[in-house]
Design a protein around this ligand. Sequence first.
Ligand code: COA
Length: 161
Amino acid sequence: MGLELVRPCADLRDAWLEAHREWGPGLHEDGFGIGETDEVDSPDGFAAWLDALVRDPGEFWWIVEDGSVLGGIALRAPEDPSVVRNGHVGYGVRPSARGRGIASWALARVVDHARRAGIAPVTAVCLDHNAASVATLEHAGFTLVRRERHGVVPVRRYELG
Ligand SMILES: CC(C)(COP(=O)(O)OP(=O)(O)OC[C@H]1O[C@@H](n2cnc3c(N)ncnc32)[C@H](O)[C@@H]1OP(=O)(O)O)[C@@H](O)C(=O)NCCC(=O)NCCS
């Protein structure tokens, strides 16, 4: 696989938008750092979103293969208050690229990066019924710490080293 982790950049706007269209409407593009108020379809909106990512204390990468954006992965900064609820890592792979080991590949690299940055343990939270994400985390060596509820939503909290 010619996979790369690439920092979000304007050069890949067309490729990113093509992936974004495949995800379809709704706030479900995990790992890209898109917030409810971000408007990413217009050139100005996209540029403002990229600017916000650069200023975010966390780190973001796009998973790229041959110029196509296949997914995104984020590492929240340790001091980010949302880590307590959402964990350090979040990721998503576009529907047409799933089941090829892409999330596992990206997560392994970001876990290495987190270790080098001194983040320990690395935490992750996923929906209890998200079998693909549970398998991705367990494949990467994460251990289930506990099941919890975010409001009425059952989630699993994982840690690694
Ligand atoms: C979760 C997600 C990122 C997995 O991406 P992926 O590239 O398809 O995952 P991989 O191919 O690396 O597979 C990782 C593991 O998940 C398993 N898996 C993949 N899809 C699965 C599915 N639909 N059901 C059960 N297990 C699944 C694989 O068999 C593999 O397990 P293994 O290593 O034990 O064989 C992807 O399904 C996705 O983007 N989902 C929507 C966003 C999301 O849920 N993000 C996580 C938020 S916590």
